[in-house]
Write a protein that binds this ligand. Structure first.
Ligand code: DP6
Length: 450
């Protein structure tokens, strides 16, 4: 075997948002949950992780780079995933390159992993789900692991619980399982992304300076100290899971919305019931909830569902495009951008995703266009919703009328700058292999980051 070769695989994996939440483990090492959960996979065009993995006899140890920075792989979660994958690796042959790797060689060979998120990491959006799912999916392809997605989900689960749900597109259920070894704690797809294609998802990235408690330690503290969590896991979630599956199957938005909102609120209630209490939502999060609740009540039937993970960002799921348009108008009315933010003039061209911007030197760009703060672009992702809403510039926002549900009350208050930006997206597909060499994050000859 020539010692020079590098064999590489690149894949892209979506992130997901739970509508029935996972919170609490019964086994910390294997990452086994105390209840089932259900999520919606988000369109990877707007939020995803891209990972390149490479193997070469020239590599001296396993290495990983996240968003261009080398990180340690010594943590138990990485080690568990790597061990599980190596144990399932098979023979690999690349005739073109003259490479042959026997099953037993994988124990000795080392891998390089480079991972990149197409959304700003500072946004506080769950990146570990897409990250671990992508690591497991791409390494499984590289190592010719002949397991189906549900078996791979059980490996991704050991990296981060929510990662197991990112192995599929559409609507996904993580079955908690009963076995002590976790073999039946797997994710399954309930419906693909086309099943309920009308849904539109708008994420409000809420400005926050607060250092948040990580999900891992937060849920540990909840299990140790909350009395409510047991009632939630044993009595409430099992019923909600059945109802949510029905709602998804029947496209029953009112039920979907009521369940998702109640479950998000209960998750934050058990956080508050933790000692010391954990506050993930802030005043802006609460204002967004009030806005949606008021509007849904005014309409007599839910237009939008809200859900919040372990942070203040709101994930808003609109029934259809019309509801999304009305939602965006309301959000921009209550939460207008800081005046120096332009809506579209300086934003990323819609045909260029963040991926292409990873190598851009923002400081030099700022000096070319002094006003061009790329990430201050206020509505990103699927900008066509902005068109639907008839909002093209700051003047259009200033001209937005107060929503009818507040008209007769005292003048509606506005909260300028309390939302950093919005991401418009939709339910999306599961992991895919990328065959485009320009998307590779490792050099095909050296196996080092590009
Ligand atoms: C609030 O999957 O991040 O997003 O398993 O410890 O890595 P670990 O936790 P993580 O927890 C996610 C919690 C949540 C709800 C959910 O995604 O279901």
């Amino acid at each position: 075997m020539a010692e020079k070769w590098v064999l590489m695989v690149t894949a892209q994996t979506p992130t997901n948002i739970a509508v029935i939440k996972y919170w609490g483990k019964r086994d910390e090492n294997l990452i086994l949950p105390i209840n089932d959960s259900i999520s919606v996979t988000l369109d990877p065009q707007h939020l995803c992780t891209t990972t390149s993995v490479a193997v070469s006899p020239a590599f001296t140890h396993d290495r990983m780079w996240l968003n261009g920075k080398e990180i340690s792989l010594s943590g138990g979660r990485y080690q568990n995933c790597l061990r599980e994958l190596r144990a399932r690796a098979s023979d690999v042959e690349d005739e073109e390159k003259g490479i042959k790797i026997a099953k037993k060689d994988w124990e000795k060979l080392h891998v390089h992993i480079a991972s990149y998120n197409n959304f700003p990491t500072a946004a506080g959006l769950a990146s570990s789900a897409a990250g671990f799912a992508c690591l497991v999916f791409s390494l499984a392809k590289l190592m010719n692991v002949k397991e189906d997605h549900s078996k791979l989900s059980a490996i991704a689960r050991q990296g981060s619980g929510s990662a197991c749900r990112s192995l599929y597109g559409g609507f996904v259920k993580w079955i908690m399982g009963k076995e002590e070894n976790g073999s039946d704690s797997i994710a399954v797809q309930l419906a693909d992304e086309k099943h309920w294609g009308d849904l539109v998802i708008i994420i409000a990235v809420v400005s926050s300076r607060q250092k948040e408690t990580s999900s891992t330690s937060g849920m540990r503290e909840t299990v140790e100290t909350s009395m409510l969590i047991e009632h939630r896991a044993k009595e409430v979630v099992p019923r909600r899971i059945i109802q949510m599956e029905e709602a998804i199957k029947d496209h029953d938005f009112p039920s979907f919305s009521r369940l998702a909102c109640s479950d998000s609120n209960q998750f934050h209630a058990v956080c508050l019931d933790t000692s010391p209490p954990i506050f993930y939502m802030n005043d802006t999060s609460h204002r967004i909830i009030s806005c949606i609740e008021k509007w849904n009540r005014f309409e007599g039937t839910p237009q939008v569902a809200y859900t919040f993970d372990a942070g203040p960002n709101a994930v808003l799921i609109a029934h259809n495009r019309n509801a999304a348009k009305l939602l965006l108008q309301r959000l921009l009315f209550y939460f207008p951008p800081q005046s120096d933010t332009d809506l579209s003039r300086y934003s990323l061209p819609s045909h260029v995703d963040f991926y292409c911007w990873k190598s851009v030197n923002f400081n030099s760009l700022k000096s070319i266009f002094p006003l061009c703060l790329l990430f201050s672009s206020y509505v990103i992702g699927d900008k066509s919703i902005l068109e639907d809403a008839g909002v093209h510039n700051m003047k259009d926002i200033e001209a937005l009328a107060a929503p009818p549900e507040v008209k007769d009350n005292t003048p509606a208050q506005k909260y300028k700058g309390d939302v950093s930006y919005f991401i418009c997206t939709r339910p999306g597909k599961g992991p895919v292999l990328l065959n485009d060499e320009t998307k590779e994050l490792l050099n095909a000859e050296t196996g080092l980051p590009n």
